[in-house]
Design a protein around this ligand. Structure first.
Ligand SMILES: N[C@@H](CCC[C@H](N)C(=O)O)C(=O)O
Length: 278
């Protein structure tokens, strides 16, 4: 089973072309379910290793170039993934599934994207931010006065003064499973303002259950909350990620359009063997 490995600012994904349904046949023939398949493929050391897995499928509406199924590395399905979108768009562009302007179907709605620099950069029009509210939590003896916002998937955002020394995994896990966000939980983002229209972000990701090197919808959530709180002046906001890459978040003043832009790397192509699943 052919696969490709791409990463967007260190948020890495296994991408498979499932337009002919072959991935489902492969999984069924092995008497697996998709969750088992995803967990084994995404496992570091014993699998390919990735934060998530993306299936590229034929669109329901022919006006769109493709539909995707997005899975976190724990096998859970997420409605959307900003960095995964950038990888999926690069894959579709290089495989001739789409041109420079791309439209694809997700559980969060139709996502439009633009291919830049022959796919080495991709700019994605995310879903309109929604469900914005302030949230105060007491976790592990710490009071977190933050905000909740949905930028395609749910995000909790809190500003801190010193981000590098933060125990993101411990605090992040406590917030991710907090009753305030039941039943589906939330991604957890910490941000530090590091300049005019510049923030640094670290993210504990739902479904990866750990800190990732970048989170696109998380970076966007932090940029939008920073704008709404007046911590930055406006668009574009530069987001420095854990992995060191810079993501650029563009948006209209009324937030009717919000874009995530950044680099994409196509790492390698490979072949999944059945023995991985035995
Ligand atoms: N890394 C992604 C977010 C992927 C989904 C997230 N883990 C969730 O389950 O909500 C991004 O770049 O947005």
């Amino acid at each position: 089973m052919r696969f490709s490995k791409l990463h967007a600012s260190g948020n890495d994904f296994v991408v498979l072309d499932n337009r002919d349904g072959k991935v489902y046949s492969f999984v069924n023939d092995l008497r697996l379910d998709m969750k088992d398949f995803v967990v084994k493929v995404c496992a570091f050391h014993t699998g390919v290793g990735a934060d998530g897995l993306i299936l590229i499928e034929s669109p329901d509406d022919p006006k769109n170039h493709f539909k995707w199924q997005f899975f976190n590395s724990d096998g859970s399905v997420a409605e959307m993934c900003g960095n995964g979108s950038r990888c999926a768009v690069r894959f579709a562009y290089e495989r001739g599934i789409a041109g420079q302007e791309v439209r694809f179907e997700t559980l969060a709605g139709i996502i439009k994207a633009e291919v830049l620099e022959k796919g080495r950069r991709v700019k994605v029009l995310l879903t309109k931010p929604k469900d914005y509210r302030d949230v105060t939590l007491d976790v592990k003896g710490t009071r977190l006065e933050g905000s909740f916002i949905n930028t395609g998937v749910p995000h909790f955002v809190v500003r801190v003064e010193e981000i590098d020394s933060l125990d993101v995994v411990s605090l992040g896990r406590a917030v991710r499973f907090h009753p305030a966000f039941e039943p589906k939980g939330t991604n957890v983002n910490f941000l530090q303002v590091v300049g005019e229209n510049k923030i640094k972000v670290r993210t504990y990701e739902r479904g990866v259950e750990g800190e990732t090197l970048a989170c696109g919808t998380g970076a966007t959530a932090c940029a939008i909350v920073s704008y709404l709180k007046g911590w930055v002046k406006g668009s574009p906001v530069d987001v420095f990620t854990k992995g060191g890459d810079l993501l650029r978040i563009h948006f209209l003043p009324d937030l009717q359009e919000v874009y995530l832009e950044g680099p994409v790397v196509w790492v390698f192509d490979g072949e999944l063997r059945e023995e991985l699943f035995l």
